[in-house]
Design a binder for this molecule. Sequence first.
Ligand code: SAM
Length: 239
Amino acid sequence: MKQKISNLKLEKRRYDLKEKVSLVEKFQLWRNKPIQKIIGYIIMADVKIDLSKKVLIPRYETEELIYQTIDFIEENQYKEILDLCCGSGFIGIALKKFFNEINVCQSDIDKNAIKQTIINLKLNNIQNDVIQSNMFENINKKFDLIVSNPPYLSEKEISLISKSVLKFEPHKALFAKNNGLEFYEIIEKNLNKYLKKNGMIILEINPDNEKWFLNNGYNLIKDINGKKRIAFKKKDWIS
Ligand SMILES: C[S@@+](CC[C@H](N)C(=O)[O-])C[C@H]1O[C@@H](n2cnc3c(N)ncnc32)[C@H](O)[C@@H]1O
């Protein structure tokens, strides 16, 4: 408990908030509520992300995915971007904030994610298209770049996940069938249909699935912890 209290104080300090931890907050910590949910928002990649709905709390690995995606957009002058499985809206909002001239479409199956993305677009004064869709079902155009951080934990990893994550973040934001590959397999099948010529796919991945991505022609990039966390390929390379 002491550790949790000092973590909350540290996070408050990061945001210039009063460090005092109230009784209500102590109770929330005791119930394993994540500190980001207690504070109610996070600030990463220059965007503020409200977390009042039940959505995945953006992770530092995803911030790295955003910075890598920014590099690719700049290098290739991409204009039409799809943020597939957008959750809180973190990725697509950060990209649009960085490049005002791009068009970003954000989609998710979950109505809470759609509501949260709309809240966060307003909060950051950003306009993106938002579509509720089971993967590509309601997506009707091609993109220069598709970026996605889909659910990628396999059900057998459930025992390794903390109580706090299981209780406060949606199961369907975390877990995927086929050893965590379910959504990547859907993306792979649809790349030709939804990517323009010279288009690019960039994904956050579970490092344990490295082989599958290499076998499917992806290049891998390590995260700050030395784990292969980002996979990408250009449409040219897709056989
Ligand atoms: C790991 S979270 C990522 C959220 C956000 N992109 C981020 O990085 O913080 C995965 C998201 O995929 C969504 N999702 C799960 N199944 C889906 C499906 N069949 N079609 C579209 N989105 C789905 C979940 O609702 C969740 O918001």
